[in-house]
Ligand binder design. Sequence first.
Ligand code: NA7
Length: 552
Amino acid sequence: MPDASHSSAPRQLDVAIVGAGLAGLYAIHRLRGIGLKVRAYEAGSGVGGTWFWNRYPGARCDVESLEYSYSFSEELQQEWKWPERYGTQPEILKYINHVADRFDLRRDVQLDTRIKTALFDGKANEWILKTEAGEEIRARYVVMAAGNLSTPRVPDFKGIHDFKGKWYHTGLWPHEGVDFTGKRVGVIGTGSSGVQMIPIIAQQARHLTVFQRTANFSLPARNEPMTDARERPHKENYKARRAAAQETPFAIGGYPKPTQKTLEATPEERARIYEAKWQEGGSISYLYSYTDLLVSKEANDTASEFVRNKIRGIVKDPKTAELLAPNDHPIGTKRLCLDTNYYETYNRPNVSLVGVRKDPIEEITPTGVRLASGATYELDALVFATGFDAMTGALKEIDVKTSDGAVLRQHWDGGPLTYLGLMVSGFPNMFVVTGPGSPGVKTQMIASIEQHVDWIADAIDYLGKHQLDRIEPTAKAETDWVQHVNQVADSTLYPLANSWYVGANIPGKPRVFMPYVGGFDRYKKQCDAVAANGYEGFTLSRHEAASERARA
Ligand code: NA7
Protein backbone atom coordinates (compact mmCIF):
# COMPACT_ATOMS: atom_id res chain seq x y z
CA MET A 1 0.00 0.00 0.00
CA PRO A 2 1.38 3.46 -0.80
CA ASP A 3 2.26 5.40 2.33
CA ALA A 4 0.31 8.66 2.37
CA SER A 5 2.90 10.15 4.68
CA HIS A 6 5.42 10.12 1.84
CA SER A 7 3.20 11.62 -0.87
CA SER A 8 4.63 14.59 -2.77
CA ALA A 9 1.98 17.22 -1.83
CA PRO A 10 3.02 19.00 1.38
CA ARG A 11 1.14 17.87 4.41
CA GLN A 12 -0.87 20.69 5.99
CA LEU A 13 -1.13 20.63 9.75
CA ASP A 14 -2.22 22.83 12.58
CA VAL A 15 0.76 21.74 14.65
CA ALA A 16 3.90 19.88 13.61
CA ILE A 17 5.65 18.24 16.54
CA VAL A 18 9.32 17.38 16.36
CA GLY A 19 9.96 14.25 18.39
CA ALA A 20 7.80 11.44 19.76
CA GLY A 21 9.30 10.95 23.18
CA LEU A 22 7.44 11.69 26.39
CA ALA A 23 6.95 15.33 25.34
CA GLY A 24 5.92 14.74 21.72
CA LEU A 25 3.43 12.05 22.67
CA TYR A 26 1.75 14.17 25.31
CA ALA A 27 1.66 17.09 22.85
CA ILE A 28 -0.22 14.91 20.34
CA HIS A 29 -2.75 13.94 22.99
CA ARG A 30 -3.24 17.42 24.42
CA LEU A 31 -3.37 19.33 21.14
CA ARG A 32 -5.69 16.81 19.56
CA GLY A 33 -7.91 17.36 22.57
CA ILE A 34 -8.50 20.98 21.48
CA GLY A 35 -9.40 19.87 17.99
CA LEU A 36 -6.11 20.46 16.21
CA LYS A 37 -4.65 18.45 13.37
CA VAL A 38 -1.24 17.36 14.60
CA ARG A 39 1.54 14.99 13.64
CA ALA A 40 4.82 14.14 15.32
CA TYR A 41 8.00 13.44 13.38
CA GLU A 42 10.39 11.05 15.08
CA ALA A 43 13.92 10.18 13.99
CA GLY A 44 13.86 6.82 15.77
CA SER A 45 12.15 3.70 14.56
CA GLY A 46 9.98 3.67 17.68
CA VAL A 47 8.44 6.12 20.13
CA GLY A 48 10.08 6.91 23.47
CA GLY A 49 12.91 9.38 22.77
CA THR A 50 15.55 9.10 25.50
CA TRP A 51 14.13 5.76 26.59
CA PHE A 52 14.17 4.46 23.05
CA TRP A 53 17.85 5.26 22.48
CA ASN A 54 19.55 4.80 25.85
CA ARG A 55 19.55 1.01 26.05
CA TYR A 56 22.91 0.60 27.73
CA PRO A 57 23.17 -2.01 30.48
CA GLY A 58 21.78 -0.70 33.75
CA ALA A 59 19.93 2.27 32.20
CA ARG A 60 17.39 3.34 34.75
CA CYS A 61 15.55 6.49 35.81
CA ASP A 62 16.87 8.20 38.92
CA VAL A 63 13.43 9.51 39.87
CA GLU A 64 11.07 7.01 41.48
CA SER A 65 8.57 5.31 39.14
CA LEU A 66 5.47 6.49 40.99
CA GLU A 67 6.64 10.06 40.39
CA TYR A 68 8.27 9.65 36.96
CA SER A 69 5.09 9.01 35.00
CA TYR A 70 2.30 10.95 33.35
CA SER A 71 -0.35 12.48 35.60
CA PHE A 72 -2.85 13.53 32.94
CA SER A 73 -4.95 10.38 33.19
CA GLU A 74 -6.10 9.16 36.59
CA GLU A 75 -6.98 5.75 35.08
CA LEU A 76 -3.52 5.41 33.60
CA GLN A 77 -1.71 6.27 36.81
CA GLN A 78 -3.95 3.99 38.84
CA GLU A 79 -3.76 1.02 36.52
CA TRP A 80 -0.10 0.96 35.54
CA LYS A 81 1.97 -1.32 37.76
CA TRP A 82 5.59 -0.33 38.20
CA PRO A 83 7.59 -3.42 39.14
CA GLU A 84 10.47 -1.57 40.85
CA ARG A 85 11.10 1.53 42.91
CA TYR A 86 13.05 3.04 39.99
CA GLY A 87 12.06 2.15 36.42
CA THR A 88 14.51 0.39 34.15
CA GLN A 89 14.83 1.57 30.56
CA PRO A 90 12.89 -1.45 29.16
CA GLU A 91 10.11 -0.93 31.70
CA ILE A 92 9.79 2.80 30.97
CA LEU A 93 9.82 2.15 27.23
CA LYS A 94 7.08 -0.44 27.72
CA TYR A 95 5.06 2.17 29.63
CA ILE A 96 5.53 4.77 26.89
CA ASN A 97 4.41 2.28 24.24
CA HIS A 98 1.41 1.43 26.37
CA VAL A 99 0.49 5.13 26.53
CA ALA A 100 0.92 5.47 22.76
CA ASP A 101 -1.53 2.58 22.21
CA ARG A 102 -3.96 3.42 24.97
CA PHE A 103 -4.48 6.98 23.74
CA ASP A 104 -4.29 6.02 20.07
CA LEU A 105 -1.30 8.29 19.48
CA ARG A 106 0.55 6.22 16.87
CA ARG A 107 -1.64 7.25 13.95
CA ASP A 108 -0.16 10.75 14.31
CA VAL A 109 3.46 9.66 14.67
CA GLN A 110 5.73 9.34 11.68
CA LEU A 111 8.76 7.25 12.60
CA ASP A 112 12.17 7.09 10.91
CA THR A 113 11.78 10.73 9.96
CA ARG A 114 14.37 13.31 10.87
CA ILE A 115 13.47 16.98 10.45
CA LYS A 116 16.38 18.78 8.80
CA THR A 117 15.07 22.29 8.21
CA ALA A 118 12.34 24.49 9.60
CA LEU A 119 11.54 27.78 7.89
CA PHE A 120 8.95 30.26 9.07
CA ASP A 121 7.31 31.81 6.04
CA GLY A 122 6.15 35.17 7.40
CA LYS A 123 3.88 35.92 4.45
CA ALA A 124 1.99 32.66 4.65
CA ASN A 125 2.28 32.73 8.45
CA GLU A 126 3.28 29.10 8.57
CA TRP A 127 6.22 26.87 9.24
CA ILE A 128 7.65 24.76 6.43
CA LEU A 129 9.50 21.71 7.69
CA LYS A 130 11.60 19.46 5.51
CA THR A 131 12.57 15.94 6.41
CA GLU A 132 15.87 14.27 5.60
CA ALA A 133 14.05 12.33 2.88
CA GLY A 134 12.80 15.58 1.30
CA GLU A 135 9.19 15.48 2.47
CA GLU A 136 7.64 18.90 3.10
CA ILE A 137 5.26 19.68 5.94
CA ARG A 138 3.40 22.96 6.46
CA ALA A 139 2.04 23.85 9.85
CA ARG A 140 0.65 26.90 11.62
CA TYR A 141 2.63 26.07 14.74
CA VAL A 142 5.67 23.97 15.56
CA VAL A 143 6.35 22.27 18.87
CA MET A 144 9.98 21.34 19.31
CA ALA A 145 9.92 18.27 21.55
CA ALA A 146 13.29 17.03 20.39
CA GLY A 147 14.81 16.33 23.79
CA ASN A 148 17.59 17.71 25.93
CA LEU A 149 19.89 14.74 25.97
CA SER A 150 19.25 13.49 22.48
CA THR A 151 22.38 14.51 20.60
CA PRO A 152 25.06 12.00 21.63
CA ARG A 153 28.61 13.24 21.51
CA VAL A 154 31.75 11.17 21.09
CA PRO A 155 34.82 13.31 21.74
CA ASP A 156 36.90 13.99 18.70
CA PHE A 157 39.67 11.55 19.68
CA LYS A 158 42.47 10.99 17.21
CA GLY A 159 42.45 7.49 15.73
CA ILE A 160 38.93 6.54 16.79
CA HIS A 161 38.03 5.21 13.37
CA ASP A 162 41.06 2.94 13.29
CA PHE A 163 40.05 1.11 16.47
CA LYS A 164 39.82 -2.58 15.52
CA GLY A 165 37.41 -3.55 18.29
CA LYS A 166 33.81 -2.42 18.53
CA TRP A 167 32.90 0.90 20.10
CA TYR A 168 29.58 2.18 21.38
CA HIS A 169 27.95 5.33 22.73
CA THR A 170 25.46 4.92 25.59
CA GLY A 171 22.90 7.03 23.76
CA LEU A 172 23.06 4.97 20.57
CA TRP A 173 23.07 1.50 22.07
CA PRO A 174 22.46 -1.48 19.74
CA HIS A 175 18.94 -2.85 20.12
CA GLU A 176 20.17 -6.40 20.24
CA GLY A 177 22.37 -5.58 23.25
CA VAL A 178 26.09 -6.19 23.61
CA ASP A 179 27.73 -9.19 25.23
CA PHE A 180 31.00 -8.19 26.87
CA THR A 181 31.72 -11.67 28.24
CA GLY A 182 35.42 -12.42 28.20
CA LYS A 183 36.32 -9.03 26.72
CA ARG A 184 38.72 -6.31 27.80
CA VAL A 185 36.39 -3.31 27.93
CA GLY A 186 37.13 0.39 28.35
CA VAL A 187 34.48 2.86 29.53
CA ILE A 188 35.17 6.57 29.02
CA GLY A 189 33.00 8.83 31.16
CA THR A 190 31.63 8.66 34.69
CA GLY A 191 28.41 10.68 34.54
CA SER A 192 25.02 9.09 35.27
CA SER A 193 25.30 6.73 32.29
CA GLY A 194 28.80 5.52 33.21
CA VAL A 195 27.90 5.12 36.87
CA GLN A 196 24.87 2.99 35.99
CA MET A 197 26.58 0.75 33.46
CA ILE A 198 30.00 0.23 35.05
CA PRO A 199 28.82 -2.25 37.76
CA ILE A 200 26.97 -4.32 35.14
CA ILE A 201 29.74 -4.41 32.55
CA ALA A 202 32.19 -5.30 35.33
CA GLN A 203 30.22 -8.48 35.95
CA GLN A 204 30.59 -9.55 32.32
CA ALA A 205 33.95 -8.30 31.17
CA ARG A 206 37.25 -10.12 31.54
CA HIS A 207 38.68 -6.75 32.55
CA LEU A 208 37.08 -3.32 32.75
CA THR A 209 39.14 -0.15 32.61
CA VAL A 210 37.29 3.02 33.54
CA PHE A 211 38.73 6.28 32.22
CA GLN A 212 37.60 9.05 34.57
CA ARG A 213 38.14 12.74 33.91
CA THR A 214 35.96 14.08 36.73
CA ALA A 215 34.90 12.12 39.77
CA ASN A 216 31.17 12.40 40.32
CA PHE A 217 29.13 12.16 43.47
CA SER A 218 26.85 9.15 43.54
CA LEU A 219 24.42 7.98 46.18
CA PRO A 220 22.91 4.54 46.61
CA ALA A 221 19.57 4.25 44.79
CA ARG A 222 18.41 1.47 47.13
CA ASN A 223 16.33 0.10 44.32
CA GLU A 224 13.98 -2.73 45.23
CA PRO A 225 10.88 -4.44 43.91
CA MET A 226 7.80 -2.27 44.29
CA THR A 227 6.11 -2.98 47.59
CA ASP A 228 2.48 -2.62 48.47
CA ALA A 229 3.56 -0.36 51.32
CA ARG A 230 5.13 2.03 48.82
CA GLU A 231 2.52 1.78 46.08
CA ARG A 232 -0.82 1.74 47.90
CA PRO A 233 -0.63 4.99 49.88
CA HIS A 234 0.74 6.71 46.81
CA LYS A 235 -2.09 5.55 44.57
CA GLU A 236 -4.73 6.24 47.18
CA ASN A 237 -3.75 9.89 47.07
CA TYR A 238 -2.30 10.20 43.61
CA LYS A 239 -4.07 13.42 42.62
CA ALA A 240 -3.20 15.18 45.85
CA ARG A 241 0.38 13.95 45.62
CA ARG A 242 0.78 15.26 42.09
CA ALA A 243 -0.65 18.62 43.19
CA ALA A 244 1.73 18.73 46.14
CA ALA A 245 4.67 17.89 43.87
CA GLN A 246 3.84 20.97 41.78
CA GLU A 247 4.44 23.09 44.87
CA THR A 248 8.06 21.93 45.11
CA PRO A 249 11.18 23.07 43.26
CA PHE A 250 11.91 19.66 41.71
CA ALA A 251 8.22 18.81 41.02
CA ILE A 252 8.75 15.71 43.14
CA GLY A 253 6.54 15.14 46.14
CA GLY A 254 6.89 13.02 49.21
CA TYR A 255 10.00 14.59 50.67
CA PRO A 256 9.40 16.93 53.58
CA LYS A 257 10.77 20.37 52.78
CA PRO A 258 13.84 21.21 54.83
CA THR A 259 13.41 23.85 57.47
CA GLN A 260 16.85 24.17 59.00
CA LYS A 261 20.12 25.64 57.77
CA THR A 262 23.01 23.21 57.65
CA LEU A 263 25.30 24.93 60.10
CA GLU A 264 22.54 25.41 62.64
CA ALA A 265 22.74 21.65 63.25
CA THR A 266 25.58 20.17 65.28
CA PRO A 267 28.11 17.95 63.47
CA GLU A 268 26.56 14.93 65.22
CA GLU A 269 23.04 15.87 64.09
CA ARG A 270 24.27 16.39 60.55
CA ALA A 271 26.01 13.04 60.50
CA ARG A 272 22.82 11.37 61.68
CA ILE A 273 20.67 13.10 59.04
CA TYR A 274 23.10 12.39 56.19
CA GLU A 275 23.39 8.77 57.27
CA ALA A 276 19.60 8.36 57.34
CA LYS A 277 19.32 9.85 53.84
CA TRP A 278 22.18 7.68 52.59
CA GLN A 279 20.34 4.62 53.89
CA GLU A 280 17.01 5.77 52.44
CA GLY A 281 18.44 6.21 48.93
CA GLY A 282 17.65 8.89 46.36
CA SER A 283 19.17 12.22 45.47
CA ILE A 284 16.37 14.68 46.23
CA SER A 285 16.07 13.35 49.74
CA TYR A 286 19.78 13.94 50.36
CA LEU A 287 19.76 17.45 48.88
CA TYR A 288 16.69 18.20 51.01
CA SER A 289 18.63 17.56 54.22
CA TYR A 290 18.94 21.30 54.82
CA THR A 291 17.65 24.49 53.23
CA ASP A 292 20.97 25.85 52.01
CA LEU A 293 22.94 22.92 50.58
CA LEU A 294 22.82 24.32 47.06
CA VAL A 295 23.48 27.95 47.98
CA SER A 296 26.15 27.90 50.68
CA LYS A 297 29.56 26.40 49.97
CA GLU A 298 30.32 25.97 53.65
CA ALA A 299 27.05 24.10 54.13
CA ASN A 300 27.58 22.02 51.04
CA ASP A 301 31.10 21.05 52.14
CA THR A 302 29.60 19.06 55.02
CA ALA A 303 27.32 17.05 52.72
CA SER A 304 30.10 16.58 50.15
CA GLU A 305 32.58 15.41 52.78
CA PHE A 306 30.07 12.92 54.16
CA VAL A 307 29.86 11.22 50.76
CA ARG A 308 33.63 11.41 50.22
CA ASN A 309 34.06 9.59 53.52
CA LYS A 310 31.55 6.96 52.44
CA ILE A 311 33.59 6.41 49.27
CA ARG A 312 36.79 6.12 51.34
CA GLY A 313 35.00 3.57 53.52
CA ILE A 314 33.73 1.46 50.63
CA VAL A 315 36.69 1.43 48.24
CA LYS A 316 39.51 -0.68 49.66
CA ASP A 317 42.44 0.68 47.67
CA PRO A 318 43.11 4.16 49.16
CA LYS A 319 44.54 5.55 45.90
CA THR A 320 41.46 4.47 43.92
CA ALA A 321 39.19 5.80 46.69
CA GLU A 322 40.88 9.19 46.57
CA LEU A 323 40.59 9.32 42.79
CA LEU A 324 36.87 8.52 43.07
CA ALA A 325 36.24 11.14 45.77
CA PRO A 326 34.97 14.26 43.93
CA ASN A 327 36.89 17.37 44.89
CA ASP A 328 36.24 19.92 42.18
CA HIS A 329 32.53 20.66 42.58
CA PRO A 330 29.97 20.88 45.39
CA ILE A 331 27.62 17.91 45.67
CA GLY A 332 24.44 18.39 43.66
CA THR A 333 25.84 20.99 41.27
CA LYS A 334 26.42 18.33 38.62
CA ARG A 335 23.65 15.81 38.14
CA LEU A 336 23.84 13.79 41.34
CA CYS A 337 24.09 10.15 40.30
CA LEU A 338 22.23 7.24 41.85
CA ASP A 339 23.84 3.85 41.69
CA THR A 340 23.71 0.24 42.63
CA ASN A 341 27.14 -0.94 43.80
CA TYR A 342 29.11 1.67 41.87
CA TYR A 343 31.89 2.29 44.36
CA GLU A 344 31.90 -1.40 45.44
CA THR A 345 32.69 -2.32 41.83
CA TYR A 346 36.18 -0.84 42.18
CA ASN A 347 37.00 -3.56 44.76
CA ARG A 348 36.68 -6.20 42.05
CA PRO A 349 39.97 -7.61 40.81
CA ASN A 350 38.90 -7.20 37.17
CA VAL A 351 38.23 -3.44 37.40
CA SER A 352 40.75 -0.62 37.24
CA LEU A 353 40.30 3.12 37.37
CA VAL A 354 42.47 5.45 35.30
CA GLY A 355 42.41 9.20 35.98
CA VAL A 356 42.52 11.14 32.72
CA ARG A 357 42.32 14.65 34.15
CA LYS A 358 46.08 15.12 34.56
CA ASP A 359 47.01 12.58 31.91
CA PRO A 360 44.34 12.94 29.19
CA ILE A 361 43.49 10.49 26.47
CA GLU A 362 45.81 11.31 23.58
CA GLU A 363 44.48 8.90 21.01
CA ILE A 364 42.52 5.76 20.35
CA THR A 365 44.94 3.26 18.84
CA PRO A 366 43.85 0.27 16.72
CA THR A 367 44.07 -1.86 19.88
CA GLY A 368 43.11 0.46 22.72
CA VAL A 369 43.71 3.81 24.37
CA ARG A 370 46.91 5.82 24.71
CA LEU A 371 47.27 8.63 27.23
CA ALA A 372 49.40 11.75 26.89
CA SER A 373 52.05 10.17 29.13
CA GLY A 374 52.36 7.29 26.69
CA ALA A 375 50.58 4.78 28.94
CA THR A 376 48.56 2.35 26.83
CA TYR A 377 45.56 0.14 27.57
CA GLU A 378 44.75 -2.81 25.33
CA LEU A 379 41.01 -3.17 24.75
CA ASP A 380 38.60 -5.32 22.76
CA ALA A 381 35.65 -2.94 23.15
CA LEU A 382 35.26 0.71 24.03
CA VAL A 383 32.19 2.41 25.46
CA PHE A 384 31.70 6.15 25.30
CA ALA A 385 29.60 7.33 28.23
CA THR A 386 30.62 10.83 27.22
CA GLY A 387 27.24 12.50 27.23
CA PHE A 388 25.32 14.75 24.90
CA ASP A 389 25.28 18.18 23.36
CA ALA A 390 22.73 18.91 26.02
CA MET A 391 19.76 21.25 25.85
CA THR A 392 20.63 23.03 22.59
CA GLY A 393 22.09 20.18 20.48
CA ALA A 394 18.83 18.86 19.03
CA LEU A 395 17.54 22.26 17.98
CA LYS A 396 20.86 23.36 16.56
CA GLU A 397 20.95 20.25 14.39
CA ILE A 398 17.81 21.53 12.67
CA ASP A 399 18.37 24.50 10.39
CA VAL A 400 15.75 26.80 11.94
CA LYS A 401 15.22 30.06 10.02
CA THR A 402 12.60 32.65 9.17
CA SER A 403 11.84 34.45 5.92
CA ASP A 404 12.89 37.65 7.73
CA GLY A 405 16.44 36.32 7.88
CA ALA A 406 16.54 35.13 11.49
CA VAL A 407 18.70 32.04 12.00
CA LEU A 408 18.38 30.16 15.29
CA ARG A 409 22.00 28.97 15.29
CA GLN A 410 23.12 32.61 14.99
CA HIS A 411 20.59 33.88 17.52
CA TRP A 412 21.99 31.34 19.98
CA ASP A 413 25.61 31.83 19.05
CA GLY A 414 26.54 33.24 22.46
CA GLY A 415 24.23 30.85 24.32
CA PRO A 416 20.53 30.01 24.08
CA LEU A 417 17.99 32.83 24.42
CA THR A 418 14.35 32.09 25.23
CA TYR A 419 11.43 33.59 27.09
CA LEU A 420 10.30 31.18 29.83
CA GLY A 421 12.19 28.48 27.94
CA LEU A 422 9.05 28.23 25.81
CA MET A 423 9.60 30.54 22.85
CA VAL A 424 12.37 32.43 21.06
CA SER A 425 12.09 36.05 19.91
CA GLY A 426 12.07 36.39 16.15
CA PHE A 427 10.74 32.84 15.70
CA PRO A 428 6.95 33.16 15.86
CA ASN A 429 4.68 30.21 16.54
CA MET A 430 7.58 27.94 17.47
CA PHE A 431 7.29 26.44 20.95
CA VAL A 432 10.00 24.54 22.78
CA VAL A 433 9.37 21.87 25.40
CA THR A 434 11.78 21.74 28.37
CA GLY A 435 14.42 23.68 26.49
CA PRO A 436 17.05 26.08 27.78
CA GLY A 437 15.59 28.62 30.21
CA SER A 438 13.04 26.07 31.41
CA PRO A 439 13.41 24.23 34.71
CA GLY A 440 12.75 20.91 32.91
CA VAL A 441 16.02 19.04 33.41
CA LYS A 442 16.19 20.12 37.06
CA THR A 443 12.77 18.64 37.81
CA GLN A 444 10.76 15.48 37.44
CA MET A 445 10.86 15.79 33.68
CA ILE A 446 7.35 14.51 32.93
CA ALA A 447 5.81 17.09 35.28
CA SER A 448 7.60 19.84 33.36
CA ILE A 449 6.60 18.31 30.04
CA GLU A 450 2.94 18.27 31.04
CA GLN A 451 3.10 21.82 32.39
CA HIS A 452 4.82 23.16 29.25
CA VAL A 453 2.53 21.34 26.82
CA ASP A 454 -0.58 22.43 28.75
CA TRP A 455 0.64 26.02 28.62
CA ILE A 456 1.33 25.75 24.87
CA ALA A 457 -2.07 24.18 24.17
CA ASP A 458 -3.80 26.91 26.19
CA ALA A 459 -1.86 29.59 24.28
CA ILE A 460 -2.82 28.15 20.88
CA ASP A 461 -6.41 27.80 22.04
CA TYR A 462 -6.40 31.39 23.28
CA LEU A 463 -5.13 32.64 19.93
CA GLY A 464 -7.84 30.74 18.07
CA LYS A 465 -10.59 31.99 20.34
CA HIS A 466 -9.44 35.60 19.89
CA GLN A 467 -9.09 35.35 16.11
CA LEU A 468 -5.32 35.67 16.46
CA ASP A 469 -2.76 33.46 14.84
CA ARG A 470 0.70 34.65 15.73
CA ILE A 471 2.58 34.69 19.01
CA GLU A 472 6.17 35.55 19.72
CA PRO A 473 8.05 36.92 22.69
CA THR A 474 9.33 40.47 22.66
CA ALA A 475 13.09 40.86 22.58
CA LYS A 476 12.88 42.61 25.96
CA ALA A 477 10.93 39.79 27.61
CA GLU A 478 13.51 37.34 26.29
CA THR A 479 16.47 39.40 27.51
CA ASP A 480 14.87 39.90 30.92
CA TRP A 481 14.14 36.19 31.28
CA VAL A 482 17.67 35.15 30.31
CA GLN A 483 19.00 37.67 32.82
CA HIS A 484 16.70 36.28 35.48
CA VAL A 485 17.78 32.69 34.70
CA ASN A 486 21.41 33.76 35.09
CA GLN A 487 20.79 35.74 38.26
CA VAL A 488 19.02 32.82 39.88
CA ALA A 489 21.81 30.44 38.85
CA ASP A 490 24.43 32.87 40.17
CA SER A 491 22.73 32.96 43.55
CA THR A 492 23.36 29.20 43.84
CA LEU A 493 26.42 26.96 43.75
CA TYR A 494 25.44 25.42 40.39
CA PRO A 495 27.74 27.52 38.20
CA LEU A 496 30.76 26.23 40.17
CA ALA A 497 30.59 22.89 38.38
CA ASN A 498 31.77 22.08 34.87
CA SER A 499 28.59 20.28 33.94
CA TRP A 500 26.44 19.79 30.87
CA TYR A 501 24.18 22.44 32.43
CA VAL A 502 26.84 24.93 31.28
CA GLY A 503 27.87 22.97 28.18
CA ALA A 504 31.27 22.17 29.70
CA ASN A 505 31.45 18.69 28.17
CA ILE A 506 31.37 20.11 24.64
CA PRO A 507 34.59 21.87 23.67
CA GLY A 508 33.90 25.38 22.36
CA LYS A 509 30.28 25.56 23.57
CA PRO A 510 29.57 28.98 25.14
CA ARG A 511 29.58 28.70 28.92
CA VAL A 512 26.07 29.72 29.87
CA PHE A 513 23.98 28.21 32.64
CA MET A 514 21.03 26.87 30.63
CA PRO A 515 18.36 25.45 32.97
CA TYR A 516 16.19 27.63 35.17
CA VAL A 517 16.98 26.68 38.77
CA GLY A 518 14.40 28.92 40.45
CA GLY A 519 12.21 25.86 40.95
CA PHE A 520 9.24 24.31 39.20
CA ASP A 521 6.81 25.83 41.71
CA ARG A 522 7.99 29.38 41.08
CA TYR A 523 8.24 28.83 37.33
CA LYS A 524 4.71 27.45 36.99
CA LYS A 525 3.29 30.40 38.89
CA GLN A 526 5.12 32.77 36.56
CA CYS A 527 3.86 30.97 33.42
CA ASP A 528 0.30 31.01 34.77
CA ALA A 529 0.54 34.72 35.59
CA VAL A 530 1.90 35.53 32.12
CA ALA A 531 -1.06 33.74 30.52
CA ALA A 532 -3.58 35.27 32.92
CA ASN A 533 -2.28 38.74 32.03
CA GLY A 534 -3.02 38.24 28.34
CA TYR A 535 0.36 36.67 27.56
CA GLU A 536 2.52 39.37 29.02
CA GLY A 537 5.88 39.68 27.25
CA PHE A 538 4.49 38.15 24.06
CA THR A 539 3.21 39.92 20.98
CA LEU A 540 -0.04 38.40 19.78
CA SER A 541 -1.34 39.35 16.37
CA ARG A 542 -3.57 38.45 13.50
CA HIS A 543 -1.95 37.92 10.17
CA GLU A 544 -3.39 38.57 6.75
CA ALA A 545 -2.85 35.04 5.56
CA ALA A 546 -5.12 33.95 8.35
CA SER A 547 -7.89 36.24 7.18
CA GLU A 548 -7.46 34.77 3.70
CA ARG A 549 -7.64 31.25 5.13
CA ALA A 550 -10.76 32.20 7.01
CA ARG A 551 -12.40 33.54 3.82
CA ALA A 552 -11.38 30.47 1.79
P1 NA7 B 1 27.39 13.32 31.32
O1 NA7 B 1 26.78 13.47 32.64
O2 NA7 B 1 27.58 14.54 30.47
O3 NA7 B 1 28.78 12.58 31.53
C1 NA7 B 1 29.73 12.48 30.51
C2 NA7 B 1 30.99 11.92 31.08
O4 NA7 B 1 31.95 11.77 30.02
C3 NA7 B 1 31.63 12.81 32.13
O5 NA7 B 1 32.20 12.01 33.11
C4 NA7 B 1 32.70 13.54 31.31
O6 NA7 B 1 33.75 14.03 32.07
C5 NA7 B 1 33.16 12.44 30.40
N1 NA7 B 1 33.87 12.93 29.23
C6 NA7 B 1 33.38 13.73 28.25
N2 NA7 B 1 34.36 14.00 27.36
C7 NA7 B 1 35.47 13.37 27.80
C8 NA7 B 1 36.80 13.27 27.32
N3 NA7 B 1 37.16 13.91 26.21
N4 NA7 B 1 37.68 12.53 28.03
C9 NA7 B 1 37.30 11.91 29.15
N5 NA7 B 1 36.06 11.96 29.66
C10 NA7 B 1 35.16 12.69 28.99
O7 NA7 B 1 26.57 12.28 30.41
P2 NA7 B 1 25.71 11.02 30.87
O8 NA7 B 1 25.27 10.32 29.64
O9 NA7 B 1 26.41 10.22 31.89
O10 NA7 B 1 24.48 11.64 31.60
C11 NA7 B 1 23.67 12.63 30.99
C12 NA7 B 1 22.40 12.81 31.73
O11 NA7 B 1 21.48 11.76 31.40
C13 NA7 B 1 22.47 12.73 33.22
O12 NA7 B 1 22.92 13.86 33.83
C14 NA7 B 1 21.03 12.41 33.61
O13 NA7 B 1 20.27 13.59 33.62
C15 NA7 B 1 20.59 11.53 32.49
P3 NA7 B 1 33.68 15.57 32.65
O14 NA7 B 1 32.72 15.50 33.78
O15 NA7 B 1 33.17 16.43 31.51
O16 NA7 B 1 35.06 15.87 33.02
